[in-house]
Design a protein around this ligand. Structure first.
Ligand code: GLN
Length: 485
């Protein structure tokens, strides 16, 4: 069995039937991590001993127990803002350097209970704030397709890890595009579930009304496999939903005919690189030739989305991040009294982008400005949601480019926050509206990956995966980067 050419689903199947040991699988991937991650820096910590021990434990299970594990022996990378018990969790911040959580996130717990083996934690922009992974306190990740380019962000580490095949599956988080935009930049599949579909328990909160955990994978099927396992109600997250979880893999088997795809003019015009637009349009032509319908639609409030997002997300962040005070967690600066302990710890522990967000958020929430900024942004949010509701009366899904551009050069935007924020122009609306969205590889522009995004009604993940599968069928994929020929 050629382990590295194999999908997560096939790996799990081989481990279940005993064709290959989980320990062998884990060793193959650990070996690859050791060889390739020095240059990529997709990972912040690797747990070789723990991963091997977990794999041996799986191998020692009675066969009838192992056959019930949908992710038997599948190596998993977890974004480093999601709590794990064996590996530290830094959120990409100096303020949490060396922090070990006493408990695991529900999504991790469920993946592990399904047989996944956590091998490493993935790099990210500090607390998820960024679109390039350059705001990590521990240095940027490189894009495996072009190592002088960013992998996107904030889940750039997990996305690069999947593209470089350092693991077949990863868990990311998405507040304004952080699963989908890096998935697009790294030429892989990333899905942000409906708000509430996956428990946020154990996800370090950035903007609680927008955050969701979701899967990153090389194929739509593998993304569905991981989504299946992590979805569902969790008593420890009051915002998690009791809506029944569909059988994503079974639904993938049904052919999808006559899909009505809404094409919003607002996502194909100014601000979108023409080459990116043509790649997406050309996929749509192929889908139409296969029987899908496209319908021009209007999402009139799209132009206010970035402004609303960059008020709501920092406002919630400024409140969520107040807990990092030098007393309760992680890093503590020297100080002579309590107030300077808070001040010094936060000044030395937070990076520049986090400070900017806390300042923005605190300002937006301050007396006198609250109605002018925060309340107004919440009204825009309601209008954006209504735009989508109206669209879904006519179409099954909405299509957009995932990002307005191809991966940009490392360092090219670090000092231009507004330009960096524009990278989220196609993704923040799904978070503001609470809707599920998937990014699938659509093609390449001069060797750089382009992603296509489908946004669907609440709890339409099964439909999004099926639509993503259709795209996979019409897009030719070159050899993966760093894969041996
Ligand atoms: N780039 C966006 C931001 O900086 C989205 C990040 C995310 O989804 N975590 O807020």
């Amino acid at each position: 069995m050629d382990t590295l050419a194999t999908s997560a689903g096939e790996i799990a199947q081989s481990v279940r039937v005993g064709d290959v040991s989980a320990e062998h699988i884990v060793n193959v991937y650990l070996d690859r991590i050791r060889r390739l991650d020095g240059e990529l820096h997709a990972l912040l910590s690797v747990d070789e001993a723990g991963a091997r021990a977990a794999a041996r434990m799986l191998d020692s299970l009675p066969a009838e127990q192992r056959t019930r594990l949908p992710l038997a022996g599948v190596p998993l990378v977890v974004k480093d803002n999601i709590l794990t018990d064996r590996l530290p969790t830094s959120a990409g911040s100096k303020i949490l350097a060396g922090f070990y959580s006493p408990f695991q996130a529900t999504a991790v717990e469920r993946a592990v209970a399904a047989g996944a083996v956590v091998v490493a934690k993935g790099n990210l922009d500090e607390f998820g704030m960024g679109s390039s992974t350059e705001h990590s306190a521990f240095g940027p990740t490189r894009n495996p397709w072009a190592r002088d380019r960013v992998p996107g962000g904030s889940s750039g580490g997990p996305a690069a890890a999947i593209a470089a095949n350092l693991a077949p599956l990863a868990l990311g988080s998405d507040t304004g595009g952080s699963i989908r935009q890096p998935a697009a930049f790294c030429g892989i599949v990333g899905l942000k579930p409906t708000y509430g579909r996956v428990s946020r328990f154990g996800l370090i909160a950035y903007a609680s009304s927008l955050d969701q955990i979701g899967p990153l994978a090389r194929t739509v099927r593998d993304a569905g496999l991981l989504l299946q396992v992590i979805s569902g109600l969790d008593a420890r997250d009051a915002t998690s939903s009791a809506e029944p979880v569909a059988d994503y893999l079974a639904e993938l088997e049904y052919p999808l005919r006559g899909l009505r795809i809404g094409v919003p003019s607002q996502y194909f015009g100014a601000g979108i690189e023409p080459e990116v637009r043509s790649v997406v349009m050309s996929v749509l032509d192929r889908l139409k030739a296969g029987g899908a319908q496209t319908v021009e639609i209007n999402l009139p409030h799209t132009e206010y989305a970035i402004a609303a997002y960059y008020l709501i997300a920092p406002a919630e962040a400024s409140s969520n991040l107040s807990r990092f005070d030098g007393v309760r967690y992680g890093f503590r600066a020297g100080a002579s009294d309590l107030v300077s302990l808070y001040q010094n710890t936060r000044a030395e522990g937070f990076g520049g982008e986090v400070v900017r967000r806390v300042l923005l958020g605190t300002h937006a929430l301050s007396a006198g400005y609250y109605d002018q900024y925060y309340v107004k942004a919440q009204k825009v949010r309601a209008l954006i949601r209504r735009d989508f509701m109206e669209a879904f009366a006519e179409v099954d899904v909405v299509v957009t480019p995932t990002a307005p551009e191809v991966p940009f050069g490392l360092g090219s935007r670090r000092d231009d926050p507004l330009k960096m924020y524009q990278s989220d122009i196609c993704t923040v609306t799904a978070n503001l509206a609470g809707l599920p969205a998937v990014s699938v590889p659509a093609g390449f522009v001069e060797g750089l990956p382009v992603g296509l995004q489908f946004i669907g009604p609440a709890y339409s993940e099964a439909l999004l995966l099926r639509a993503g599968r259709m795209v996979e069928e019409v897009v030719e994929r070159p050899r993966w980067p760093l894969d041996e020929p």
